[in-house]
Design a protein around this ligand. Structure first.
Ligand code: 1HE
Length: 262
Protein backbone atom coordinates (compact mmCIF):
# COMPACT_ATOMS: atom_id res chain seq x y z
CA UNK A 1 0.00 0.00 0.00
CA UNK A 2 1.36 3.44 -0.88
CA UNK A 3 -0.97 6.33 -0.31
CA UNK A 4 0.26 9.87 -0.40
CA UNK A 5 1.01 10.29 3.28
CA UNK A 6 2.07 6.85 4.49
CA UNK A 7 3.90 4.04 2.72
CA UNK A 8 3.42 0.42 3.74
CA UNK A 9 5.41 -2.64 2.74
CA UNK A 10 5.44 -6.14 4.16
CA UNK A 11 8.74 -8.06 3.99
CA UNK A 12 8.61 -11.51 5.52
CA UNK A 13 6.90 -10.88 8.85
CA UNK A 14 8.01 -7.24 9.15
CA UNK A 15 5.77 -4.32 8.14
CA UNK A 16 7.58 -1.12 7.08
CA UNK A 17 5.49 1.98 7.74
CA UNK A 18 6.92 5.22 6.35
CA UNK A 19 5.86 8.81 7.03
CA UNK A 20 5.70 10.20 3.52
CA UNK A 21 5.34 13.95 3.55
CA UNK A 22 8.96 14.94 3.03
CA UNK A 23 8.18 18.37 1.53
CA UNK A 24 6.70 19.30 4.92
CA UNK A 25 9.36 17.38 6.84
CA UNK A 26 6.77 14.70 7.65
CA UNK A 27 4.84 17.12 9.89
CA UNK A 28 1.82 15.37 11.33
CA UNK A 29 -1.60 16.60 10.23
CA UNK A 30 -4.96 14.90 10.71
CA UNK A 31 -4.97 13.02 7.37
CA UNK A 32 -1.49 11.66 8.16
CA UNK A 33 -2.67 10.40 11.56
CA UNK A 34 -5.64 8.70 9.89
CA UNK A 35 -3.39 7.03 7.31
CA UNK A 36 -0.99 5.99 10.08
CA UNK A 37 -3.85 4.41 12.02
CA UNK A 38 -4.87 2.35 8.95
CA UNK A 39 -1.28 1.19 8.39
CA UNK A 40 -0.78 0.26 12.05
CA UNK A 41 -4.02 -1.75 12.12
CA UNK A 42 -2.99 -3.52 8.92
CA UNK A 43 0.39 -4.38 10.44
CA UNK A 44 -1.37 -5.73 13.54
CA UNK A 45 -3.20 -8.16 11.28
CA UNK A 46 -0.46 -9.37 8.99
CA UNK A 47 2.95 -8.68 10.54
CA UNK A 48 4.78 -9.88 13.67
CA UNK A 49 6.92 -6.73 14.01
CA UNK A 50 6.79 -3.27 12.43
CA UNK A 51 9.40 -0.68 11.54
CA UNK A 52 8.44 2.99 11.62
CA UNK A 53 10.53 5.37 9.50
CA UNK A 54 10.42 8.71 7.71
CA UNK A 55 10.96 9.46 4.01
CA UNK A 56 13.21 12.37 3.05
CA UNK A 57 15.81 14.05 5.21
CA UNK A 58 13.94 13.94 8.53
CA UNK A 59 11.97 11.48 10.58
CA UNK A 60 9.33 14.00 11.61
CA UNK A 61 9.02 17.75 12.35
CA UNK A 62 6.13 17.18 14.78
CA UNK A 63 2.72 18.76 14.73
CA UNK A 64 1.70 20.43 11.47
CA UNK A 65 1.93 24.02 12.66
CA UNK A 66 -0.09 25.36 9.71
CA UNK A 67 -2.96 23.05 10.59
CA UNK A 68 -2.59 24.03 14.26
CA UNK A 69 -2.86 27.70 13.27
CA UNK A 70 -5.98 27.00 11.19
CA UNK A 71 -7.48 25.28 14.21
CA UNK A 72 -6.49 28.10 16.56
CA UNK A 73 -8.08 30.69 14.29
CA UNK A 74 -11.31 28.73 13.88
CA UNK A 75 -10.73 27.85 10.20
CA UNK A 76 -10.95 24.23 11.29
CA UNK A 77 -13.96 23.77 13.55
CA UNK A 78 -13.56 21.75 16.76
CA UNK A 79 -15.68 18.57 16.95
CA UNK A 80 -19.11 19.10 18.52
CA UNK A 81 -18.42 16.41 21.15
CA UNK A 82 -15.23 15.75 23.04
CA UNK A 83 -13.51 12.53 22.07
CA UNK A 84 -10.17 10.93 22.67
CA UNK A 85 -7.33 12.84 21.05
CA UNK A 86 -6.57 10.99 17.81
CA UNK A 87 -2.81 11.07 18.47
CA UNK A 88 -3.28 9.37 21.84
CA UNK A 89 -5.39 6.69 20.23
CA UNK A 90 -3.02 5.95 17.36
CA UNK A 91 0.21 6.20 19.37
CA UNK A 92 -1.29 3.81 21.95
CA UNK A 93 -2.16 1.38 19.13
CA UNK A 94 1.58 1.36 18.45
CA UNK A 95 2.79 1.27 22.05
CA UNK A 96 0.28 -1.18 23.48
CA UNK A 97 -0.83 -3.22 20.51
CA UNK A 98 -0.14 -6.85 19.62
CA UNK A 99 3.26 -6.39 17.91
CA UNK A 100 6.55 -4.63 18.73
CA UNK A 101 7.56 -1.50 16.78
CA UNK A 102 11.14 -0.49 15.95
CA UNK A 103 11.67 3.18 15.07
CA UNK A 104 14.38 4.19 12.56
CA UNK A 105 15.20 7.83 13.24
CA UNK A 106 17.19 10.46 11.35
CA UNK A 107 17.23 14.23 10.94
CA UNK A 108 14.64 16.14 12.97
CA UNK A 109 12.83 14.04 15.55
CA UNK A 110 11.04 16.88 17.29
CA UNK A 111 7.86 17.66 19.16
CA UNK A 112 5.15 15.23 18.11
CA UNK A 113 7.77 13.43 16.02
CA UNK A 114 9.63 12.56 19.20
CA UNK A 115 6.35 11.59 20.86
CA UNK A 116 5.62 9.23 17.97
CA UNK A 117 9.12 7.77 18.08
CA UNK A 118 8.77 7.13 21.80
CA UNK A 119 5.64 5.06 21.18
CA UNK A 120 7.92 2.51 19.49
CA UNK A 121 9.59 -0.15 21.62
CA UNK A 122 13.12 -0.10 20.23
CA UNK A 123 14.60 3.06 18.77
CA UNK A 124 17.58 3.35 16.44
CA UNK A 125 19.00 6.60 15.09
CA UNK A 126 21.71 7.61 12.70
CA UNK A 127 24.30 10.34 13.26
CA UNK A 128 22.09 13.00 11.64
CA UNK A 129 19.35 12.74 14.27
CA UNK A 130 18.36 15.65 16.50
CA UNK A 131 15.86 15.29 19.31
CA UNK A 132 13.89 18.22 20.65
CA UNK A 133 10.72 19.50 22.26
CA UNK A 134 10.29 23.07 20.90
CA UNK A 135 6.70 23.47 22.13
CA UNK A 136 7.70 26.41 24.37
CA UNK A 137 8.88 28.36 21.33
CA UNK A 138 5.63 27.62 19.48
CA UNK A 139 3.36 28.57 22.39
CA UNK A 140 1.83 25.10 22.61
CA UNK A 141 2.22 22.01 24.79
CA UNK A 142 2.99 18.37 24.09
CA UNK A 143 -0.14 16.45 23.10
CA UNK A 144 0.96 13.08 21.81
CA UNK A 145 1.50 11.35 25.14
CA UNK A 146 4.92 12.93 25.76
CA UNK A 147 4.18 13.96 29.34
CA UNK A 148 3.64 10.29 30.11
CA UNK A 149 5.86 8.44 27.70
CA UNK A 150 8.88 10.72 27.23
CA UNK A 151 8.96 11.80 30.86
CA UNK A 152 9.08 8.16 32.03
CA UNK A 153 12.07 7.44 29.82
CA UNK A 154 14.21 10.57 30.23
CA UNK A 155 12.90 11.75 33.63
CA UNK A 156 11.39 15.06 34.68
CA UNK A 157 14.69 16.95 34.82
CA UNK A 158 15.71 16.19 31.24
CA UNK A 159 12.24 16.69 29.79
CA UNK A 160 11.77 19.99 31.61
CA UNK A 161 15.13 21.19 30.31
CA UNK A 162 14.28 20.08 26.76
CA UNK A 163 10.93 21.89 26.89
CA UNK A 164 12.10 25.08 28.57
CA UNK A 165 15.23 25.57 26.47
CA UNK A 166 14.09 23.92 23.22
CA UNK A 167 17.67 22.63 22.97
CA UNK A 168 18.26 19.86 20.42
CA UNK A 169 19.94 16.73 21.74
CA UNK A 170 22.60 14.95 19.68
CA UNK A 171 22.55 11.19 18.99
CA UNK A 172 25.11 10.72 21.80
CA UNK A 173 22.83 12.57 24.22
CA UNK A 174 19.86 10.60 22.91
CA UNK A 175 21.75 7.42 23.75
CA UNK A 176 22.63 8.70 27.19
CA UNK A 177 18.99 9.55 27.94
CA UNK A 178 17.68 6.23 26.51
CA UNK A 179 15.76 8.02 23.75
CA UNK A 180 17.57 5.57 21.50
CA UNK A 181 19.40 2.31 22.20
CA UNK A 182 21.43 2.18 18.97
CA UNK A 183 23.30 4.87 17.01
CA UNK A 184 24.55 3.99 13.52
CA UNK A 185 26.33 5.92 10.73
CA UNK A 186 24.26 8.32 8.64
CA UNK A 187 21.88 6.54 6.27
CA UNK A 188 22.00 3.23 8.15
CA UNK A 189 19.10 3.59 10.61
CA UNK A 190 16.51 1.83 8.46
CA UNK A 191 18.80 -1.14 7.73
CA UNK A 192 19.64 -1.50 11.39
CA UNK A 193 15.98 -1.23 12.42
CA UNK A 194 15.11 -3.90 9.83
CA UNK A 195 17.80 -6.21 11.23
CA UNK A 196 16.52 -5.73 14.77
CA UNK A 197 12.93 -6.27 13.66
CA UNK A 198 13.87 -9.50 11.87
CA UNK A 199 15.47 -10.77 15.05
CA UNK A 200 12.45 -9.82 17.18
CA UNK A 201 10.24 -11.64 14.66
CA UNK A 202 12.00 -14.89 15.61
CA UNK A 203 10.76 -14.63 19.21
CA UNK A 204 7.55 -16.15 20.44
CA UNK A 205 4.66 -13.84 19.49
CA UNK A 206 3.17 -14.42 22.93
CA UNK A 207 6.36 -13.35 24.75
CA UNK A 208 6.68 -10.29 22.51
CA UNK A 209 3.13 -9.34 23.44
CA UNK A 210 3.92 -9.69 27.15
CA UNK A 211 7.11 -7.66 26.87
CA UNK A 212 5.35 -4.69 25.29
CA UNK A 213 2.06 -4.92 27.21
CA UNK A 214 2.99 -6.21 30.65
CA UNK A 215 6.21 -4.27 31.31
CA UNK A 216 4.75 -0.75 30.94
CA UNK A 217 1.72 -1.63 33.05
CA UNK A 218 3.85 -3.13 35.83
CA UNK A 219 5.91 0.05 35.79
CA UNK A 220 2.74 1.83 36.97
CA UNK A 221 1.99 -0.67 39.76
CA UNK A 222 3.06 -1.14 43.35
CA UNK A 223 5.80 -3.71 44.08
CA UNK A 224 3.22 -6.21 45.32
CA UNK A 225 0.79 -5.82 42.43
CA UNK A 226 3.69 -5.94 39.98
CA UNK A 227 4.91 -9.29 41.29
CA UNK A 228 1.35 -10.63 41.21
CA UNK A 229 0.84 -9.63 37.59
CA UNK A 230 4.27 -10.99 36.70
CA UNK A 231 3.31 -14.36 38.20
CA UNK A 232 0.05 -14.48 36.25
CA UNK A 233 1.87 -13.78 33.03
CA UNK A 234 4.83 -16.09 33.55
CA UNK A 235 2.44 -18.94 34.34
CA UNK A 236 0.51 -18.15 31.17
CA UNK A 237 3.67 -18.15 29.07
CA UNK A 238 4.17 -21.92 29.06
CA UNK A 239 2.32 -24.18 26.64
CA UNK A 240 2.14 -24.76 23.79
CA UNK A 241 4.80 -22.66 22.04
CA UNK A 242 7.09 -22.50 25.05
CA UNK A 243 7.14 -26.29 25.22
CA UNK A 244 8.40 -26.57 21.65
CA UNK A 245 11.03 -23.89 22.22
CA UNK A 246 12.20 -25.41 25.52
CA UNK A 247 12.44 -28.83 23.86
CA UNK A 248 14.48 -27.32 21.04
CA UNK A 249 17.00 -26.06 23.60
CA UNK A 250 17.10 -29.25 25.65
CA UNK A 251 17.68 -31.29 22.49
CA UNK A 252 20.54 -28.98 21.45
CA UNK A 253 18.70 -27.58 18.42
CA UNK A 254 18.22 -23.97 19.60
CA UNK A 255 20.46 -21.16 18.38
CA UNK A 256 23.16 -20.02 20.79
CA UNK A 257 22.86 -16.73 22.66
CA UNK A 258 26.24 -15.70 21.26
CA UNK A 259 24.47 -15.41 17.87
CA UNK A 260 22.43 -12.53 19.30
CA UNK A 261 25.31 -10.04 19.42
CA UNK A 262 24.78 -6.97 17.23
C1 1HE B 1 6.31 22.43 8.49
C2 1HE B 1 6.75 21.94 9.73
C3 1HE B 1 5.75 21.76 10.74
C4 1HE B 1 8.46 22.11 8.46
N1 1HE B 1 4.48 22.06 10.42
N2 1HE B 1 5.03 22.71 8.24
N3 1HE B 1 7.63 21.46 15.16
C5 1HE B 1 8.56 22.39 15.03
O1 1HE B 1 8.60 23.39 15.69
C6 1HE B 1 9.59 22.12 13.95
C7 1HE B 1 9.39 23.09 12.81
N4 1HE B 1 10.27 22.77 11.69
C8 1HE B 1 11.57 23.09 11.69
O2 1HE B 1 12.15 23.59 12.64
C9 1HE B 1 12.33 22.81 10.42
O3 1HE B 1 11.39 22.74 9.36
C10 1HE B 1 13.14 21.50 10.42
C11 1HE B 1 14.34 21.67 11.37
C12 1HE B 1 12.29 20.30 10.84
C13 1HE B 1 13.66 21.21 8.99
O4 1HE B 1 14.32 22.35 8.50
P1 1HE B 1 14.54 22.53 6.92
O5 1HE B 1 15.38 23.76 6.72
O6 1HE B 1 15.01 21.26 6.32
O7 1HE B 1 13.06 22.76 6.30
P2 1HE B 1 12.18 24.09 6.27
O8 1HE B 1 12.59 24.96 5.13
O9 1HE B 1 12.11 24.74 7.61
O10 1HE B 1 10.72 23.49 5.98
C14 1HE B 1 10.39 22.93 4.73
C15 1HE B 1 8.88 23.01 4.57
O11 1HE B 1 8.27 22.20 5.58
C16 1HE B 1 8.35 24.42 4.79
O12 1HE B 1 7.19 24.54 4.01
P3 1HE B 1 7.23 25.34 2.59
O13 1HE B 1 5.82 25.27 2.07
O14 1HE B 1 7.70 26.74 2.92
O15 1HE B 1 8.22 24.61 1.73
C17 1HE B 1 7.93 24.41 6.25
O16 1HE B 1 6.93 25.36 6.54
C18 1HE B 1 7.39 23.00 6.36
N5 1HE B 1 7.42 22.53 7.73
N6 1HE B 1 8.07 21.77 9.69
C19 1HE B 1 4.15 22.52 9.20
N7 1HE B 1 6.06 21.29 11.92
C20 1HE B 1 0.27 17.50 19.51
S1 1HE B 1 1.46 18.40 20.29
C21 1HE B 1 2.94 18.31 19.36
C22 1HE B 1 3.63 19.62 19.44
C23 1HE B 1 4.74 19.72 18.46
O17 1HE B 1 4.98 18.89 17.62
S2 1HE B 1 5.69 21.13 18.61
C24 1HE B 1 6.93 20.97 17.40
C25 1HE B 1 6.52 21.56 16.09
Amino acid sequence: MTDSLITYALKDKVAYIGLNRPDKRNAINDPLVDALRAAVLRAHEEADVAVLHGHGSNFCAGLDLAEALARATGQIKPPRKRRRHNWHEVFDLIARGPIPFVAALHGAVVGGGLELAMAAHVRVCDESALFGLPEGQRGIFVGGGGTVRIQRVVGTTVMTDMMLTGRLLSPAEGLQECIVRYVVPEGEALNKAGEIAARIAKNSIETNWMIINVLPRIQDMSHDDGLFVEQLNSARARPPEAEARLREFVEGKACKLQDNQT
